[in-house]
Write a protein that binds this ligand. Structure first.
Ligand code: PMP
Length: 324
């Protein structure tokens, strides 16, 4: 679908995957006006299941507003996506856990070397079959995380709450550093005091301390994950105390020291729930739950993945069903 200031969003169309021809002066190549989303479709019997797709398009519009990109019609996009997955149903793996990854994105296409909002955009959705992240829940192996206190990901008033391409480009250096040191992912801290926990590279993060589940509150610099929101709603429905608030790395370290840090896990579309076995902070490896997957992480994974794949009844009303 294209956008021009004269015609607004127009010409939605479905075409085979192919290279794009673009002007080398397209604004996106120079000034980074690009936003994206990520979600998955599952095959269940003769149906296709989408998980809360309206939330992805709502978040896309939040990114659009901040990045000065014209808003899209969220209802239209959900309907268009349903048509698209129906047409591509043969590409959606039927094997348990496998899915079709859906990547909507918008780029600025006006040819200009001036720094300004583009008068032209392209919204594209590409689809790609993906294997199961874990072959089954016993395979959930905890990840190790490096707490980054040098580089920062986001600042107040910035674009941290959006899914804009530059956020990810800016995170690569720290991610590479963490990998070179032998860790899987980076945990970002706030930019000013370098002590309050924000999020992981492509996941939100939760801590279970003394029976209470805590996740950093949305503060404008972290992404409002759809899995994060689903975890919070599920925990509330299970009567497990869950709080969104400031949480510092020192608080986590103290809880580790006094034995009340029970579980740590990340949440995101790719892994759903990713247990954390090690946190590297100031030269020390904090081992969590003896490096093993905790019960809460497992219960959350089995419930959310179960709902997403149709294997578990969707009491929350989260899935959008498309008759294949
Ligand atoms: N934070 C960041 C920076 C991310 O890229 C993602 C992945 N979209 C998340 C958190 C998790 O969000 P979601 O649960 O919507 O996938």
């Amino acid at each position: 679908m294209d956008y021009s200031t004269e015609d607004g969003w127009h010409e939605p169309r479905i075409i085979p995957y192919q290279p794009l021809t673009m002007d080398p002066s397209s604004l996106v190549f120079h000034y980074g006006q690009a936003v994206f989303e990520g979600l998955k479709a599952y095959h269940f019997q003769d149906k296709l299941l989408l998980f809360r797709p309206e939330k992805n398009f709502k978040r896309l519009n939040e990114s659009n507003r901040r990045m000065n990109i014209p808003e899209i019609d969220e209802n239209f996009m959900v309907d268009a996506l349903k048509e698209l997955v129906k047409l591509e149903k043969d590409w959606i793996p039927t094997k348990e856990g496998q899915s079709l990854y859906i990547r909507p994105f918008i780029i600025a296409t006006e040819a200009s070397l001036s720094v300004k909002p583009s008068s032209r955009y392209k919204l594209i959705i590409i689809l790609s079959p993906v294997g199961a992240y874990y072959s089954n829940s016993e395979q959930m192996s905890p990840v190790s995380i490096f707490v980054e206190d040098d580089y920062v990901r986001s600042v107040k008033g910035g674009v941290g709450f959006t899914k804009t391409a530059g956020n990810y480009a800016a995170s690569l250096k720290a991610q590479k550093k963490a990998e070179e040191l032998g860790y899987d992912q980076v945990l970002w801290l706030d930019a000013i005091e370098k002590k309050y926990i924000e999020e992981v590279g492509s996941m939100n993060i939760f801590f279970k301390i003394n029976g209470e589940v805590i996740t950093p509150a949305l503060n404008g610099s972290i992404l409002e994950g759809i899995t994060r929101n689903s975890v919070i709603e599920l925990l509330k429905s299970w009567d497990i105390p869950v709080t969104e608030r400031l949480i510092s790395i020192e608080e986590v370290e103290a809880a580790h020291e006094n034995g009340t840090l029970e579980e740590v896990f990340g949440t995101g579309t790719a892994a759903v729930i990713s247990p954390v076995g090690t946190l590297k902070w100031k030269g020390t490896d904090l081992s969590i739950n003896n490096g093993e997957t905790g019960k809460l992480s497992l219960d959350l994974y089995e419930t959310i993945a179960g709902i997403q794949t149709g294997m578990m009844e969707d009491k929350m009303g989260w899935t959008v069903t498309v008759q294949a």
